[in-house]
Design a protein around this ligand. Structure first.
Ligand code: UD1
Length: 363
């Protein structure tokens, strides 16, 4: 059974790594790895291959950045040729990035089966490009692997047959648990001279937070207060860096004495950094789950989440654009009253094992 596993952007790499590892175990499957090149910087892509022990991609499309239409279209044009040439039996896509929807559309139209890992997540906010990617990908996929219980209800409400849906748990947590030990060797805390439990970590890259000048300024105002209470380490996404520069906010950021801006970090460095932090401030999807898995309080700078289990069972709190809520949740954590949580069902490091065993059965 010939399988093309697709990655494109940073949050894809840690989801595909455990699946590739599992496919390599035992006979019968011949997996390939395809990288669309949506993310291409060393810090956004190459370092993850090294940290995760991912093999070099068999196929690299090199599509790069562009508008949504440009990027999606470039992946589609290139991927169609690959599917015609390679004639795979199945393609595996993960998450909700533009590469996910582009490859799904191509495979579905060529009659090739698609497995979607992390299916059924919904923020119910179609202003998020990822929400459109999720809905379309799930509508076309033949095998839908879900990471939390509620996802199945979202899918059946959209008319997707239950037989296609498999609740398998969270592959991102497979990677996290697999890498925790190795991450201890990272010297990131020493590099930034920070002490476990005595700093916060910030990540910020959603268009709704960084592409609008007013929204970004309002977040920076709140951060200015917070960094006086506790140092903040801020690995900065290229999109955010570009916006801060174009809105001429660089000096505002530089003035915050206890806000330490770093380049985007590799996987192991980042695990080390957030796993030893007092709490995390983020608008990322994956980090809401990773903090829940390790019991680290997480304040999410978004109005909604497609990963509600991190709020109902985990350590995640949504504060949206409410700066007062952000400050009061931060104060609560610093006063020892941060939210505690429990680990969601099947976030046990064995999701990839379950996925590959379903794929083998479907053969
Ligand atoms: C993408 C995903 C988002 C995910 C995020 C994680 C979509 C719609 N969005 O957003 O879901 O949370 O990745 O990082 O697929 N850039 C570089 N170097 C790179 C890649 C990007 O400098 O290696 C810059 C470019 O200026 C580019 C911008 O970042 O225009 C945005 O990149 P893009 O891939 O369009 O979306 P992300 O914001 O990274």
């Amino acid at each position: 059974m010939k399988i093309i596993n697709v990655v494109g952007a940073r949050p894809n790499f840690m989801k595909i790594a455990p699946i590739m590892r599992e496919m390599d175990r035992g006979a019968g499957l011949s997996p390939m790895l395809l990288h669309t090149g949506q993310h291409y910087d060393e810090a956004m892509s190459k370092v993850f291959f090294e940290d995760l022990g991912l093999p070099q991609p068999d196929i690299y499309l090199g599509v790069g950045s562009g508008s949504h239409a440009e990027q999606t279209a470039r992946v589609m044009i290139e991927f169609e040729q690959v599917v015609n040439r390679e004639q795979p039996d199945l393609i595996v896509v993960v998450g909700d990035v533009n590469s996910t929807i582009a490859c799904t559309l191509v495979a579905a139209k060529l009659g090739v089966s698609v497995a979607h890992v992390e299916a059924g997540l919904r923020s119910f906010d179609r202003r998020m490009p990822e929400e459109i990617n999720r809905i379309v990908t799930d509508a076309l996929a033949d095998l839908l692997f879900t990471s939390e219980k509620g996802a199945e209800d979202n899918l059946t409400r959209e008319g997707i047959a239950r037989e296609k849906i498999h609740f398998v748990g969270n592959v991102m947590i497979d990677s996290l648990l697999h890498s925790l030990k190795r991450a201890e060797q990272s010297s990131i805390l020493e590099l930034y001279q920070i002490t476990p439990g005595q700093y916060a970590v910030l990540t910020l890259h959603r268009p709704s937070n960084v592409d609008e000048q007013d929204a970004l300024i309002s977040i920076l105002d709140a951060l200015d207060k917070i960094q006086k209470w506790i140092p903040i380490v801020f690995p900065m996404h290229p999109r955010t860096k570009a916006r801060i520069e174009s809105f001429e906010l660089s000096s505002r950021v530089a003035k915050m004495e206890h806000l330490f801006v770093t380049p985007p970090l590799g996987y192991l460095d980042f695990i080390r950094l957030f796993s030893k932090s007092r709490f995390v401030l983020t608008d990322s999807g994956g980090l809401q789950e990773e903090t829940t898995a390790l019991g680290i309080p997480c304040i999410t700078l978004r109005e909604n989440t497609e990963r509600p289990i991190t709020v109902t069972e985990g350590t995640n709190m949504l504060v949206g654009s409410d700066r007062e809520a952000l400050l009061s949740e931060t104060r609560a954590i610093l006063e020892g009253e941060g939210k505690s949580g429990r680990i969601p069902e099947l976030w046990d490091g064995k999701a990839a094992e379950r996925i590959v065993s379903v794929i083998r059965e479907e053969r």
